[in-house]
Structures are given as structure tokens and as C-alpha cells.
Design a protein around this ligand. Structure first.
Ligand code: UDP
Length: 324
């Protein structure tokens, strides 16, 4: 297939591009490099440095793209509470412009990076796709808004749309001489921050809150290896059906608390990470754990690297050779 990957210079987008290329697809990466890294784009991909709001430059009527995989977007839940306007603009306004370009170019399939943050504080665990959607942060609200846009687009204009709701992505792609991993500047996510501390790049780790209604009082998240997550996109491309908006949660179904993450990071890195308790971060749900039963049944997706040791281990190898 001829594919356009927005955000293909970012973490999940670059790993997925690698798998798409390995599977024989033709990949064009569209990325404005505001948060992405040019070096993360596979040399075999065509690279266009542009904003998704200008996607029509690439998605011309005769361009013949078979699908768009839309990874580009802002992803920091905490930041979305202090700069909500940025999130509404980038994740919704610009994504709608991309969707206009998709429609005008007659692209039949669209795969979207949605998030577990659309659910907010779950009423029942594990979270299924039918659970109440009540995001507690602006990030989740913007992703849910675009999910709604895809539902109506599929219905009205026969798009084959799939939203993949990622839980917490971790690990790195290390295979066949390629090493692709996570780097954000500034970093806001728990695992990469623990690695920065382990590498001596940051003095200490702050844990945001220990008075949540969880076993040890710290927030619980469901971590998924980026290779498993990327693989689901290829399955979603095959499953996408005209006129339908399919939605799949992608997680392991196991929750790990922030304190447990720190313990495993200590084990993997061999560094006794200094940790300090800090106030809660605005907008954080206490527990997010996925039911991925639908993805397993309908896509045949099975996560393979589902231990924190494997995820933090791969992230640490990438971090030491490429970031530190
Ligand atoms: N977290 C933390 N200290 C940090 C960064 C994150 O305690 O320096 C916590 C955060 O409050 C949340 C969990 O780690 O409870 C996961 O946050 P992250 O930003 O990695 O992902 P999110 O779940 O927000 O997508």
C-alpha cells in the first residue's frame, strides 16, 4: 500500500513506519519536526517536512494514497491542563484540516492514534471500548473529539476509520541493526524520566502524588511495548472497513503503579534512583488498565513483550546508546 504517516518522526510513528517498510509498503512521512527527530525517519521513507494542516500539499487528488496513519499530535496530559488552547488547536483543528485533505484526495483508510486518556477515571476495570468516556485532562478530551469526527466521517463519507487507544507506551525498537526509541524535549513521561535520573542527567525523580485510591497510593498505568503497539497498526490497516469506525484499546491488561515502575527501573539500571514525593499532577486518573479483548479477537493481536523488565530494558539500551 501507499501510505502517509503523519508524525512519522516521533516515537510510535517512527517505529510503525519501520514495520510498514519491512512489510513492503511504500511510506511517506509528514512531520513538522517540532517534537519529532529527522534521524528517526527511515531512510527508505519519503520525507516531507510540513505541518498536518498543510497535508493537502501531499494528499493531492491524484496522489493515490491507500491510507493515512495519523500519529502527529501533542501528547503530554499535564501540559494540556496548562496550555489547553495548544492542544485544541493542534489535536483537533489541525487534524480536521488533515481529514479535509483525506476526503478531497479520496484516501479510503485512516488509522488514528487515540488514547486511554479518553476514559478518565474508569468506573470498571479493565477498561473496555464501551466504557464511559469522561476525560480528566484536555489531552484526552481533544483525542476523544477527533474520535467523534472520525465516526461521522466514516458514516457520511464511507471512510474506513480505525482509532487505536494506546495505554502507556514504553520500550524501544531494537532489531535488524535499527534502534528507534523515545525522546521528548522536555521529557514528561515517567519511564524516560527515571532513565534520565539513572543516567545522571536529572538529579531526582518526583512521584506525583501517593494518596490515590490504589494499593500503594501512586497512580497505576498499563504499559505496552512500542513494538507490540506498532504491530497493531498493520493489523488495523487490514481490518479497516469502508463506512465503519472501529475502535480498539491497546494495553496488556496489567497495571503497574508508579512506585513499581521505579522499582523495576532500579533493577534494570542498577542505580538506586533518588525519589521525592511531589503533589499530584493536575488531570491524572488514578488507574488506567486496558481490556484489549476486542483487539485480540478482531485483529488477532497478541502482545509479546509484556513485562516491565522487557520494556524498561529496551528503553534503557536505546537511551544509553542514543540519548545519554
Ligand atoms: N509521573 C510521575 N513523575 C514524573 C512523570 C510522571 O510521578 O516525573 C506519573 C504521572 O503523574 C502518572 C504516571 O507517572 O501518574 C504516568 O505519567 P506519564 O506522563 O508517563 O503518562 P500518562 O499516563 O500521563 O500518559
Amino acid at each position: 500500500m501507499k501510505l502517509l504517516v503523519t508524525g512519522g518522526a516521533g516515537y510510535v510513528g517512527s517505529v510503525t513506519s519501520r514495520l510498514l517498510l519491512d512489510a513492503g509498503h511504500e511510506v511517506t512521512v509528514l512531520d513538522n519536526l517540532v517534537t519529532g527527530f529527522r534521524a528517526a525517519v527511515a531512510p527508505e521513507a519519503t520525507f516531507v517536512e510540513a505541518d498536518i494542516a498543510d497535508a493537502a500539499q501531499v494528499l493531492t487528488p491524484g496522489s493515490g494514497f491507500d491510507a493515512v496513519l495519523h500519529f502527529a499530535g501533542l501528547i503530554a496530559a499535564g501540559e494540556s491542563m496548562v496550555k489547553p488552547e495548544l492542544y485544541w488547536h493542534d489535536n483537533v483543528v489541525k487534524s480536521l484540516a488533515l481529514l479535509d485533505a483525506v476526503r478531497a484526495a479520496g484516501v479510503p483508510r485512516f488509522i488514528f492514534s487515540s488514547t486511554a486518556a479518553v476514559y478518565g477515571n474508569p468506573v470498571e476495570l479493565p477498561i473496555t471500548e464501551n466504557a464511559v468516556k469522561a476525560p480528566t485532562n484536555t489531552y484526552g478530551a481533544t483525542k476523544l473529539t477527533f474520535d467523534h469526527a472520525l465516526t461521522s466521517e466514516a458514516f457520511a463519507h464511507n471512510l474506513a476509520a480505525v482509532s487505536l487507544r494506546y495505554f502507556n507506551v514504553a520500550g524501544a525498537y531494537i532489531s535488524g541493526g535499527h534502534e528507534i526509541g523515545e525522546r521528548h524535549d522536555p521529557e514528561t513521561h515517567l519511564i524516560p524520566i527515571t532513565l534520565q535520573v539513572a543516567a545522571g542527567k536529572r538529579e531526582k525523580l518526583q512521584i506525583f502524588g501517593d494518596d490515590y485510591p490504589t494499593a500503594d497510593g501512586t497512580c497505576v498505568r498499563d504499559y505496552i511495548h512500542v513494538q507490540d503497539l506498532a504491530r497493531a497498526h498493520l493489523l488495523a490497516l487490514d481490518a479497516a472497513t469502508a463506512g465503519e469506525h472501529r475502535i480498539y484499546n491497546l494495553g496488556n491488561g496489567n497495571g503497574f503503579s508508579n512506585k513499581q515502575v521505579v522499582e523495576v527501573a532500579r533493577e534494570v539500571t542498577g542505580v538506586d534512583l533518588p525519589v521525592e514525593l511531589a503533589p499530584r499532577r493536575e488531570g491524572d486518573p488514578a488507574t488506567l488498565v486496558a481490556s484489549s479483548a476486542r483487539a485480540r479477537e478482531e485483529l488477532g493481536w497478541v502482545p509479546e513483550k509484556n513485562t516491565l523488565q522487557a520494556m524498561i530494558g529496551d528503553a534503557w539500551s536505546f537511551y544509553r546508546s542514543h540519548v545519554a
